[in-house]
Ligand binder design. Structure first.
Ligand code: CO
Length: 134
């Protein structure tokens, strides 16, 4: 059911420092910061030949990233994102398998303007999983 790895998201305490590191030390193609108020994050996408890295930094008061950074002050891998062809069919299949979908269970529009859902990390080996319909 799942397709390509769309991105790996890394929560970072200092977005400017992380951008400079990926651009200058790692020589990666780094995009412009985008504020995503609906998700409480500022994101920067880094294009790699086979996938993307999503740098996440808290935006606003109730950012879900802030709690993660409080527990992981130097940052860390926050989620992986897999592509699916049909997000509602994927959701229904996973729920039938006992997996929990976070939030209302309805897809939100993600950072690429496409529908996304998040799956409970406790159901996926401690890893928060994002599904994106492509
Ligand atoms: Co993501």
């Amino acid at each position: 059911m799942i397709g390509r790895l769309n991105h790996v998201a890394i929560a970072v305490p200092d977005l400017d420092a992380a951008v400079a590191q990926y651009r200058d030390a790692l020589g990666a193609r780094v995009g412009a910061p985008q504020d995503e108020p609906d998700h409480g994050v500022t994101v920067v996408f880094i294009e790699l030949p086979n996938t993307k890295i999503e740098l996440l930094h808290p935006l606003g008061e109730a950012s879900p990233i802030q709690g993660f950074l409080d527990k992981n002050p130097s940052g860390g891998i926050h989620h992986v994102c897999y592509e699916v062809d049909d997000i509602l069919a994927a959701r229904d299949h996973l729920q039938a398998q006992g997996a929990r979908v976070l939030g209302s269970g309805e897809p939100k529009i993600g950072a690429h303007g496409k529908p996304v859902l998040f799956l409970h990390p406790k159901d996926f080996n401690g890893c928060l999983v994002e599904l994106e319909q492509v």
